[in-house]
Design a protein around this ligand. Structure first.
Ligand SMILES: [Zn+2]
Length: 117
């Protein structure tokens, strides 16, 4: 079983940032979001753990990622609002619904809102 490759598939390739007057900017999620690290090489990013939280309104997926460049861990928090998602529960769900991406540090401290996926 190759769990690590599966975890990679759980992460959207891109997020979209809303710009005030210029529409949306597309950014890659294959990068380290920790301070003082400029790693943008997906080969140096190793997702190793997934957490799911779900309540009536939201579906939250947290992917823990080890950065092999700065040797630290960060968390991508992917939050989907259920009233936006209209599809049935299947694998297509992520692509059909609007989600929010946040980056957290290893201790769960919020590093900021990245964008939408
Ligand atoms: Zn890093």
């Amino acid at each position: 079983m190759d769990d690590k490759e599966d975890l990679r598939l759980e992460i959207p390739s891109y997020a979209f940032i809303a710009l005030a007057r210029r529409g949306m900017e597309k950014i890659s999620l294959d990068q380290c979001f920790l301070k003082n690290c400029d790693n943008q090489d997906s080969n140096l990013l190793e997702p190793f753990k997934k957490e799911i939280q779900e309540d009536e309104k939201k579906y939250i997926k947290k992917i823990h990622i080890k950065c092999k460049k700065c040797n630290r861990v960060f968390i991508l928090k992917l939050e989907t609002l259920k009233n936006v998602a209209k599809s049935t529960k299947n694998k297509e769900e992520d692509s059909l619904s609007m989600g929010l991406v946040h980056a957290l540090d290893e201790n769960g401290k919020n590093l900021g809102h990245i964008g939408y996926f």
